[in-house]
Design a protein around this ligand. Sequence first.
Ligand SMILES: *Cc1c(COP(=O)(O)O)cnc(C)c1O
Length: 427
Amino acid sequence: MDRKKSARLFIQAQELMPGGVNSPVRAFRSVGGSPVFIKKAKGSHIFDVDGNEYIDYVLSWGPMLAGHAHPQVVKALKSAVENGTSYGAPTQLESELALRIMELYPSIKKVRMVSSGTEAAMSAIRVARGFTGRDKIIKFEGCYHGHADGLLVKAGSGGATFGVPDSKGVPESYARNTITVPFNDIDMFRKIVNEEWNSIACVIVEPVAGNIGCVLPAKGFLKTLREETARHGIVLIFDEVMTGFRVSLGGAQAAYGIVPDLTCLGKIIGGGLPVGAYGGRKDIMSVISPEGPVYQAGTLSGNPVAMTAGIETLKILSRKGVYEKLESRMEQLEKGLKDAARKAGVPAKFYRAGTMFCTYFTDSEVTDYETAKQSDTARFGRFFSGMLDRGIYLAPSQFEAGFISIAHSAADINRTIKVAYETMKTL
Ligand SMILES: *Cc1c(COP(=O)(O)O)cnc(C)c1O
């Protein structure tokens, strides 16, 4: 497959932007090679500047659950743009999206729109601190909640640690307020909470850890988080920026039957435009300015064009039968990829939650960040390149989830499985 034009554009982009990209993982560093420059996308397919076509399992890193350029979204956006693109004053569209979100996420009694998932998580944590008057937070190793300073923290080797920044430029004094616990480590979590509860404002978690692939919550894990936080007056934040509308229409909280205090949303609620949101209990949300003393604002928050894309996307997803169809496609994909790996003799573990999934090249179960890291990333790199050259666009890292959309057809999935088998045979 010829990608000369992409390669040329990347050389130019590297002169203009750090690493040639505006978000690091796009640079293909962990799989090698040069990124694909996209020209357009439609449904389940994307097209690059060299005229190649791919079945897309990245979907803009999750948002495009309704498929690219869905006619209903495109039509609504065209007429929205005609009315002007931003006012910095309230519109009915904001209430309409808020209502749709609350209908599907009954734990959300009040919501604030922002422009990214990063902003949603960062703001939800500020609110939790303002509400409780406590400073520390607990997060889980490998969970990503955007790039706010105090969240770029991982644990040292083994066990819970007080934060050491994961990125240069984050003051240690700031990161020290972040306690990191291994995902699914119920005992460690209990121990820390029982020792430190009176300084802990919130516990933030991806209920399915999607930023290290797709790591499912162990039995009792989410329930323990709920019980312990409730007992100690700690705010439980579900970061459903990825899992929202993916694990189920009502997110992971509906699928696992847990009611968090605050929820962060993003990605899908913008239907491909920049939107995030956080919301939850009324008493907690009323500390936000102008109702309360916690400041948070945004020039483009609740932007009418972005709200329109979100509203239309949620309308499409709320139709009868949508999730049944998605489920049957995912079953097909799961079975096909597992069979392909087995027939090709490649050790692999496949996990999924709703329409997010990951194939790890390892023969042991993946339950947290440490076990995810046991995967053969060099083999993943070869798999990725082989798939790309055969017209399947996967996320360029072993530690990213894959996604499907309602536009992925049974034929798309069949082709993907066939190509996966061909590729795995060469690994
Ligand atoms: C993508 C993501 C974010 C960050 O969202 P951005 O819109 O990229 O800022 C936060 N939390 C989770 C769980 C995510 O997957």
